[in-house]
Design a protein around this ligand. Structure first.
Ligand code: GTP
Ligand code: SPV
Ligand code: MN
Length: 611
């Protein structure tokens, strides 16, 4: 059994509530040792992980790891938000009673870290000094060293973050126990994994994975689920799966800030890290603030502010290359300390590769292993499975991103000019449509969706709705969530403009993307800022304001006229079908604010009038 007191003393960790919490879970999990972690322990922990074979060197200051083959992504079905109030049950939060879940998770975790070290990771999900700092402190306990190394990159880690709390008992208790991965029945009726946030007790209990958001508990369990609940309970803020970027107009000296939600794997990281297209680079500069989470609140001056609570990026590797996302490549270059998970690795040369890194995979197969660790050269004839897992990722700190904003750690946050939503939609959704009205903007967010991944998942043309891109992170009743949105943003003295964007419309015949996407995505955002400034008027449609072809800055971009025509128009018939789907979707949410229904009826009536 671990000598907890001695370990905490040695780390100078004095907060009595933290000490009690660590001692309790050390006893439950049966960990052999306890070790308190600070960010300055990174180099030693990396060396230990390499020595233990948990990480492989992947070039100078770069590291590679593989997760267990059945543990490669979040599992929404196994994720639960528990409270003691049945009224918190929503459609997406898989609500369960807090007592039942604490008992179940305690039984799963009992003795499950025997023989292992329990790392104590004090962290902060905010820049120090943030007005929301009180909601940002946490202590993760984990039995996996690579999780610690990820946390050091993704959150601000150090004992000082929790020793000086205003209320010493106000920190999130985040317990991660990996479990016996080969024997957890992942994806079977006997699945043993549970990812539980006990939101009204600010306690997170995750069992049965060591991957991504299942295991790095500062990120989505705290930064999204717990924070969304705290923001609502306190009536103070919103916590959303949003990217956050700045656009500097070097000609006028003005700076704009845009945040917005796209469902998982729909382009947040790519948009936030984007560079201006070459032809526009002399005038505009895009600044990176965050790629996955934004907390939003109304500041003392009455404006809406946003900040990224994270310290790093956990980005999708697939299709990241010099053309699509050069800044992402620079942020994981040699010397950055980046970690790669589940991509392909060359055991002889220590090189890494993923689909889309280069147009073709390396031709010399010598030494190459796929994400499962199997030799590519020795693959059976006809096997052409991807070398990297589709959800393979890179992990790097914000400071490594070349276009990170100079003020990214500014505790005051940045004023928000626009809130955008974007799904993966192959038809119907134009390149951009702008919305001035708050209720209609919130309505648009609530009806955000992406194409179902598998055809069998839904009806033809029907989306998998993902309100505000928060479906997997929703922690309380959706009707109350909508109301909270109207209240928070409605309280701002200067209203942000809303917009819906779509980079993924395809040609019905040959399936090509009608819009080139990536760096070109700056163009519709520039139009949106011009619209907000009253410099352009666009064209009013039943579903929002769409740019005219003349208004969109297309300098240096060669786009077929018929493709442009398609992405700047709406298909009334498809939209009227969509309205029917939306009605069913929204009816699930009992007690939705009347303002949302009014927006829905207004849009529906405008479409009918034009039919
Ligand atoms: P999570 O981290 O899962 O929340 O994902 P994300 O929303 O940050 O998505 P990300 O930016 O990583 O993009 C996911 C995938 O979409 C990647 O494979 C990108 O290459 C691709 N993608 C991103 N932007 C565009 C675009 O403008 N056009 C096209 N065609 N693909 C894009
Ligand atoms: C997502 O799935 O939206 C992610 C990755 O950002 S994870 O942290 O695993 O949730
Ligand atoms: Mn995400």
């Amino acid at each position: 059994m671990a000598n907890v007191e001695a370990a905490l003393d040695a780390a100078g960790l004095k907060n009595p509530h933290v000490r009690e919490y660590v001692a309790y879970w050390a006893e439950v999990t049966g960990a052999e040792r306890v070790e308190v972690v600070n960010a300055s322990d990174d180099a030693r922990l990396l060396a230990e992980a390499v020595e233990a074979g948990e990480l492989e060197p992947a070039g100078d200051g770069l590291y590679y790891s593989r997760s267990y083959q059945k543990d490669t992504a979040r599992s929404e079905e196994r994720t639960i938000v528990a409270t003691s109030n049945p009224a918190d049950k929503g459609v997406y939060n898989n609500w369960r009673p807090a007592d039942e879940m604490k008992e179940l998770l305690t039984s799963k975790m009992r003795g499950a870290s025997a023989g292992k070290t329990m790392y104590v990771i004090p962290y902060l999900m905010a820049p120090p000094g943030s007005p929301l700092e009180a909601y940002a402190a946490g202590v993760e306990l984990t039995d996996t060293r690579t999780v610690v190394l990820h946390m050091i990159r993704m959150a601000r880690v150090g004992a000082h973050h929790i020793d000086a709390l205003e209320d010493p008992n106000s920190f999130v208790r985040a317990v991660h126990v990996t479990g016996d991965l080969p024997n957890l029945g992942q994806g079977t009726p006997d699945d043993q994994r549970y990812f539980v946030t006990v939101a009204d007790e600010r306690t997170i209990l995750h069992f049965g994975s060591s991957y991504g958001g299942n295991a790095l508990l500062g990120k989505i369990a705290h930064g999204l689920r717990q924070a969304a609940y705290d923001g609502w309970a306190s009536k103070k803020f919103l916590a959303e799966q949003f990217m956050l970027l700045g656009i500097v107009d070097k000609e006028t000296g003005r700076k704009y800030h845009i945040c917005g939600g796209f469902p998982s794997a729909s382009g947040k990281t790519n948009l936030a890290m984007t560079l201006a297209p070459d032809a526009l680079g002399d005038r505009y500069h895009v600044e990176f603030y965050g790629d996955d989470i934004a907390w939003l609140w109304v500041g003392e001056d009455g404006r809406l502010y946003g900040m990224n609570p994270e310290f790093g990026v956990f980005g999708v590797a697939k299709d990241t290359n010099e053309l699509t996302n050069p800044t992402a490549l620079h942020s994981i270059a040699e010397g950055t300390g980046a970690l790669f998970t589940n991509i392909a690795y060359n055991t002889a040369t220590q090189e890494v590769w993923w689909e889309g890194k280069t147009p073709e995979h390396p031709t010399d197969l010598d030494g190459w292993t796929d994400w499962k660790g199997e030799s590519i050269a020795e693959r059976a004839e006809g096997v052409d499975a991807p070398w990297a897992h589709p959800n393979s990722r890179f992990t790097t700190t914000l400071a490594n991103v070349p276009n990170v904003a100079a003020d990214f750690e500014e505790p005051a946050g940045v004023p928000i000019d626009a809130i955008i939503f974007g799904g993966r939609t192959r038809d119907r959704e134009p390149l951009v449509r702008a919305i001035h009205d708050l209720a209609e903007g919130v309505y648009d967010g609530l009806t955000l969706g992406a194409e179902a991944t598998f055809a069998a998942d839904g009806l033809d043309g029907q989306l998998r709705y993902d309100p505000m891109s928060m479906r997997p992170f929703m922690s309380y009743d959706e009707a109350k969530y909508a109301e909270h949105w109207l209240n928070i943003v409605g309280a701002a003295s200067e209203q942000p403009i809303f917009a819906h964007v779509n980079w993924f419309q395809r040609d019905a015949e040959d399936g090509h993307f009608l819009w080139p996407g990536y760096r070109e995505n700056l163009r519709p955002l520039l139009w949106l800022m011009q619209l907000k400034n009253g410099e352009v008027t666009g064209r009013q449609t039943p579903v929002g304001i769409i740019p005219t072809a003349e208004e969109l800055n297309l300098d240096g971009l060669d786009l077929p006229a018929e493709d442009l025509e398609r992405i700047l128009n709406i298909d009334n018939e498809r939209w009227r079908q969509e309205i029917g789907f939306r009605e069913e979707h929204l009816q699930q949410f009992d007690g939705l604010p009347e303002a949302i229904w009014e927006a829905h009826r207004r849009v529906a009536a405008a479409l009918d009038a034009e039919a």
